[in-house]
Design a binder for this molecule. Structure first.
Ligand SMILES: [Fe+2]
Length: 256
């Protein structure tokens, strides 16, 4: 069921599974290929060339990724992420702060939420490219912008990965482990679709179109009237015992 009201969100956000939601942002992005062409040359971008081509082809494409003709690059199999979009608020993402970040923060705040970090992340990928199997320390409002992706997670994450194990990042791999298909929640997302990805739950994303672009608003330390989500309590407990590690996972082991 898609969550369309503030009350619905406030009730559903604390436990998995993930759910679809509708947040009406006014913002209109530039064409995905233009965004790709711009961010691929930014020093903050991270990309991984994939596919069945031999190792040398992957190496050559990696070396040429920022400078090859964009029409050629979009035919390669890759995934790309950019975690520092605020540097584009004045140009490539003009208006994004005013039309997305400020309204969303104001909305959350009005509902009684607080947080410690809230920032957008950009994901671009091409046909055949999948994310790793991983979990994040943050809740994500995933917003599909261009093309299609399928967001895979589990209906009952506890049965696949305990919160304590998720905190230690024991999940990460290129592929999900063997599992029963009926345990899975797979949501195919098309332009405008949104999904709430619960913190510390394992997931993976597959690309379902030639080029796909999504933006995730990533929420660290989200808290409603003093209460964290249940899984996040495990993270807080771990950081209490290991204060030197607080937040470093977000910075050091970025997974996508
Ligand atoms: Fe993720």
């Amino acid at each position: 069921m898609t969550i369309t009201t503030p009350d619905g969100f406030t009730q559903r956000w604390r436990q998995p599974p993930n759910f679809t939601l509708e947040v009406g942002f006014d913002y209109v992005f530039l064409p995905a290929v233009d965004i790709l062409d711009y961010v691929r040359r930014d020093e903050g971008v991270r990309f991984t060339l994939l596919g069945d081509d031999d190792w040398q082809v992957c190496m050559d494409r990696t070396a040429a990724f920022r400078t090859a003709p964009i029409e050629e690059v979009v035919t390669w199999t890759f995934r790309l992420v950019h975690f520092n979009l605020s540097r584009f608020y004045a140009d490539l993402l003009h208006g994004f702060q005013e039309e997305v970040m400020v309204p969303w923060r104001s909305h959350l705040s009005a509902q009684g939420f607080t947080w410690q970090r809230l920032a957008p992340v950009l994901f671009l990928s091409t046909a055949g490219a999948a994310s790793t199997y991983h979990n994040d320390n943050s809740h994500g409002l995933v917003w599909q912008v261009h093309g299609a992706k399928t967001f895979h997670s589990y209906l009952e994450p506890d049965e696949h990965l305990a919160a304590d194990a998720a905190v230690l990042g024991e999940t990460t791999g290129e592929e999900p482990p063997e599992h029963d298909e009926s345990d899975r929640q797979s949501v195919t997302m098309r332009p405008g679709d949104q999904l709430w990805s619960h913190a510390l739950t394992p997931h993976w994303v597959t690309t379902e179109s030639a080029l796909a672009m999504s933006v995730t608003l990533s929420h660290g330390g989200l808290c409603h009237q003093g209460c964290f989500s249940e899984r996040e309590l495990a993270l807080r407990a771990y950081w209490d015992e290991n204060p030197d590690e607080a937040w470093v996972h977000d910075l050091r082991n970025v997974r996508y």
